[in-house]
Design a protein around this ligand. Structure first.
Ligand code: CMC
Length: 379
């Protein structure tokens, strides 16, 4: 039998999904049929979460359901705080988030007994909502803990984006900042069979539980070839320093065959459709905070790299400096991606559960040929 190997599953269609459509030919991304840019321009992130789970944009009643059922879970629970506090202060925030989701899964009673596994769709939607509601407090607490600051209680009267920034900084930022943050959450929410979502679907396909699938997805997202790239973009900005240093920095980086973070994509080869919307949000932040130096570096690196390599920026390129301007610590950037993508992950978990088939591919063996243990000499 000849086996065709598609390394990295590149170009392999592994299943179908009704959640989002990526079209690399037209550089477009649709969530449940809606262009992501339109959603980012017009919707609250919480409405997009409901769209991803339920397939339709929410009615006022749906939003009321989300508020009523989500808000009690916005606070930092004692068990989660204790688990984060038990980690060394120098732990990566992604490890804190991964640990916190594990604690929540145990609290939800998942995995208590495999004999009783298999929560209903309704219960799994409710669990998705509780997790979505809980993550901002976890991410905000991680950043505050690193600065020796106490957590800030969530506020009932605020939207998701406002409340996230409130719990992080303890004040209500300008609408320009809230808008940029809300847009980033929507743009990051869903992206078809990316590595972390596929991980969540693989775990779900074994009939494991929702929180186990999300914990696995967080592990996949942490890597710099995936979600970790938004953190790495900021390290690159710090390393380069100013726009004037871009050319010599790039000469050295390319000579060393380094990957330039925030550029390139497995699916989009002519540009990432989410970038212009996030680039516009970054522009508004640059103006608001009066930081033209950030935009100058952004533009210089983009121009030089695209000119030399013909490889375009992905969403992590504008979102890294945008999160920096919003006052997030650089290692907190990928946990922000978790808070957004948990909506897409859980939508895919629900879809996988609704029509499950164990995901179990094959491998072509290339190890030593069959051999046998030599019989031991009699003593
Ligand atoms: N910097 C330098 N060279 C690059 C880059 C880059 N960012 N991206 C691709 N290339 C080169 C690569 O070296 C290879 O060249 P050659 O054929 O000479 O070896 C060629 O382009 C093809 O790249 P590849 O890595 O084989 O392509 P892929 O489809 O496997 O990789 C990628 C996609 C995202 C892993 C890659 O572009 C990359 O490593 N980018 C940097 C990390 C990054 O920004 N990741 C975020 C991805 S999008 C959002 C998300 O998921 O978070």
């Amino acid at each position: 039998m000849t086996e065709e190997i598609r390394r990295g599953l590149a170009g392999v269609v592994a299943d179908s999904t009704a959640i989002s459509r990526v079209n690399p030919e037209t550089n477009s991304l649709l969530y449940r049929g809606y262009p992501v840019q339109e959603l980012a321009d017009t919707q609250l992130f919480e409405a997009v979460a409901l769209l991803l789970w339920n397939g339709e944009l929410p009615t006022d009643d749906d939003l009321e359901w989300l508020r009523a059922n989500g808000r009690p879970h916005r606070m930092l629970r004692d068990d989660v705080r204790a688990a984060i506090d038990a980690l060394p202060l120098g732990s990566h925030p992604m490890d804190e988030v991964r640990t916190a989701v594990s604690v929540i899964g145990a609290r939800e009673g998942e995995g208590e007994s495999l004999l009783e596994s298999g929560a209903s769709r309704e219960e799994n939607v409710a669990r998705s909502l509780r997790l979505f509601a809980a993550l901002p407090a976890i991410v905000a607490y991680g950043q505050r803990r690193r600065h020796g600051l106490d957590p800030i209680p969530s506020r009932e009267d605020l939207t998701y984006a406002q409340n996230f920034l409130w719990m992080t900084h303890g004040d209500l930022p300008d609408p320009v900042v809230v808008d940029a943050f809300n847009r980033s959450m929507i743009l990051y929410a869903e992206h078809s069979f990316n590595a972390s979502t596929f991980t969540a679907r693989v775990i779900t396909s074994t009939l494991s539980d929702l929180h186990s699938a999300v914990v696995g997805a967080i592990g996949a997202l942490k890597g710099p070839l995936h979600g970790g790239a938004n953190e790495m973009v900021m390290h690159t900005f710090d390393e380069i320093g100013t726009a004037g240093n871009v050319r010599p920095w790039l000469d050295t980086a390319l000579a060393e065959r380094r990957k330039i973070m925030g550029f390139g994509h497995r699916v989009y080869k002519h540009g990432d459709s989410r970038v212009p919307t996030m680039r516009a949000a970054l522009g508004a932040l640059v103006e608001h905070y009066d930081r033209p130096d950030v935009l100058a570096l952004y533009e210089a690196l983009e121009r030089e790299f695209v000119e030399r390599k013909g490889i375009y920026p992905n969403l992590d390129f504008p979102s890294g400096p945008a999160y920096h301007l919003m006052g997030f610590d650089t290692p907190t950037f990928t946990p922000l991606f978790v808070a957004a993508r948990v909506t897409g992950w859980t939508a895919h978990i629900l879809e996988q559960q609704a029509d499950n088939s164990l995901i179990r591919p094959l491998a072509a063996y290339n190890g030593v040929p069959e051999r046998h243990v030599q019989a031991a000499e009699p003593v």
